[in-house]
Design a protein around this ligand. Sequence first.
Ligand code: PGA
Length: 251
Amino acid sequence: MRPKLIAGNWKMNKLVSDALPWAEELTGELGTPRTGIELLLCVPATHLHPLRQELQDSGVRLGAQDLSSHDEGAYTGEISGAMLRDAGADFVLVGHSERRRYHGEDDALLNAKLRAAQRSWLTPILCIGEDEEERDAGRANAVVLAQLEGALDGLEINSARELVIAYEPVWSIGTGRTATPADAQNMCSVIRAWLDDRFPEVGNRLRILYGGSMNPMNAAELLAQPDIDGGLIGGASLDVTDLLAIYGAVQ
Ligand code: PGA
């Protein structure tokens, strides 16, 4: 019922001159895309336009990693949702823990960014997750639910295309320490219950991804969990073979 989504997050890696042959290799090895699974690359904004051309007709989708909360105007250095869409993005990450931590993004800003994504017809992937101290203190569920409440405050969601959630425990990002499939499923079911309650019409159709050190070895078990609808993959998405192994691990 919910199509799976395998989303790479390249972060600030690769030049366009590396990305184009990479994409060619990907489409060569991918063959005909499988039905019921979407493959998405969230790339630096400068890579969107050239990759859109390279990936034409491949079925591979593109996303950005951040957007401005404003639509246009005197905001030096910012990139609007409309610009990202114009360059080839269909999705955009919002509130990745690295944006929260290094750029001080708070709930109010993320709420404004989600609204900006909606205005530009981009599907936002809202990233949430507790840090290690919060998990050790037994506060993981409360932290994650508060992040949902804060970022989605007052937002209307009318279709499954309007929101994806990525649960990424901060302690597992880039560390090689993955949440156990049971712990990840547990949190994703808590998120699912909250979404069902908050958006009764569409909550059950919204996709929830797991992210944090997902790799070809651990992907199958994580992706087999009933409330995990895909993955947000950082390090392993830089390598065609690893990314396709994760894509292939979807049952
Ligand atoms: P990782 O990153 O897969 O390298 O842990 C995931 C992410 O930050 O989205």
